[in-house]
Design a protein around this ligand. Structure first.
Ligand code: ADP
Ligand code: ASP
Ligand code: MG
Length: 402
């Protein structure tokens, strides 16, 4: 088989762990597989690097952010290739540029354009194991770009698609996808198989076990995706096409604490206000989550929406730009909120599920600030200080624990 194996930060945080993984890769290679390895930066290296940049300049521009943030992966690829040669395997480390990974020029959250297969395929054909730096690519002007935090998963799926791999394996510090983040719920259930659609909803709403765009890419290009533990033997979780239509079912809950709510106060209730506002956000490529417009008296509305903390600065800049034009009386931001979601099949079609979600939260005195739904998800914005309690109550209500 031709396999892409991606190893995340915690899986390669020490030289010992890198050697262990190299031994496993060498073993898989000897068993007849052709392998491309994709690695993340060691442990919390990326946080350290970004922190370093902001110590020098809290307003450093995103080109320099990408320049420094991408270096963590460069350390990992050299170590992994060197470790592989200790196990008698020919290996070559490649930066995103060297591997032929093209992106657009949106620094810090670049979109992948294409992966050239030539270089990787000729290395593989020569019996070499390429080790590719995750999370990074190259813009049309030749600058280094990064794909957003957690983006190495997306590199792995893109490489798998680019070279026509049979399988993309994401190795991490959990043995698969669970019914809840193990950091919030004590005994979540392991999920053996999950659809791309459900996984996309989970990733979009806080389950950072997979980078959202990696699952979107995998769905679009039919890349077979598996999540597994890097240092333990396990079946892992297979992410695949949805099966037959099923009865309404709650499969998992997700929690997202890294969001900020922005409220634009007292804008006129006339056509065009929302369009003007969101044009600015669109120009800056800010991804939006919930959007709520609340009616006021006297022909005025409030518009509220949430964005990720990472994109907060850009979002605020966008709103500041349009504030006078849309006649807003004030802009208010709130970073004391968090989001809890349930994800599954045909959720919104079941009033019982909707009721149980709201009742689980109200039973522990949690007030719901905003609500958004899709066919397979309900999300509620609540006070961040209540999020752990809420996760436990929702897990219990929907039987998401062992
Ligand atoms: P890596 O460094 O390997 O990319 P991440 O930290 O990005 O690893 O992702 C793995 C983490 O995702 C786990 O340690 C776990 O805390 C978290 N996580 C969140 N939601 C889930 C979930 N539903 N199932 C499994 N892990 C989850
Ligand atoms: N090293 C990057 C990060 O910490 C990318 C990744 O780990 O996937 O976000
Ligand atoms: Mg990750």
């Amino acid at each position: 088989m031709l396999v892409v194996q991606k190893y995340g930060g915690t899986s390669v945080e020490t030289p010992e762990k890198i050697l262990k993984i190299a031994e496993k890769v060498a073993h898989d290679y000897e068993n007849g597989n052709k392998i491309v390895v994709v690695v993340s930066a060691m442990g919390k290296t990326t946080n350290y690097l970004i922190n370093l940049l902001y110590q020098v300049n809290p307003d450093a521009n995103s080109r320099e952010y990408d320049m420094i943030a991408s270096t963590g992966e460069q350390v990992s690829i050299a170590l992994m290739a060197a470790a592989l040669s200790r196990f008698g395997k020919k290996s070559v480390s490649l930066t995103g540029f060297q591997a032929g990974i093209d992106t657009d020029s949106t620094y810090s959250r670049a979109t992948l354009k294409r992966v050239y297969r030539g270089k990787l395929v000729s290395l593989i054909d020569d019996g070499i194991i390429p080790v590719v730096a995750g999370f990074q690519g190259i813009s049309p002007s030749g600058d280094i770009t990064t794909l957003g935090r957690g983006g190495s998963d997306t590199t792995a799926v893109a490489v798998a698609y680019g070279i026509g791999a049979d399988l993309c394996e994401i190795y991490t510090d959990v043995d698969g996808v669970y019914s809840a983040d193990p950091r919030y719920v004590d005994k979540p259930k392991k999920i053996d198989r999950i659809s791309y659609d459900e996984m996309i909803e989970m990733a979009a709403h806080g389950a950072k076990v997979l980078h959202l765009r990696s699952v979107e890419l995998a769905r679009r290009y039919h890349v077979k995706l598996v999540v597994k533990h890097a240092h333990m033997n396990s079946q892992g979780t297979i992410i695949e096409e949805a099966g037959q239509l099923e009865e309404p079912l709650v499969r998992a809950l997700t929690v997202d604490e890294s969001i900020v709510k922005i409220v634009i106060k007292d804008v006129p209730d006339v056509p065009g206000i929302a369009a003007k506002t969101f044009k600015q956000l669109s120009d800056r490529r800010v991804s939006l989550d919930m959007i709520v417009q609340s009616m006021h008296r006297d022909g005025k509305n409030d518009i509220a929406f949430t964005v990720s903390k990472e994109e907060f600065k850009d979002a605020l800049d966008a709103i500041d730009h349009v504030k006078t034009e849309i006649n807003a009386s004030d802009i208010h931001s709130d970073d004391t909120v968090a989001k809890i979601s349930i994800v599954g099949v045909n959720i919104i079609g079941s009033a019982e599920i909707v009721y149980n979600m709201f009742d689980a939260l109200s039973s522990i005195g949690v007030n719901i600030d905003m609500i958004s739904t899709s066919n397979s998800r309900i999300s509620c914005i609540i006070k961040r200080e209540k999020i752990r309690e809420a996760a436990k109550a929702v897990a219990e209500r929907f039987g998401l624990e062992e």
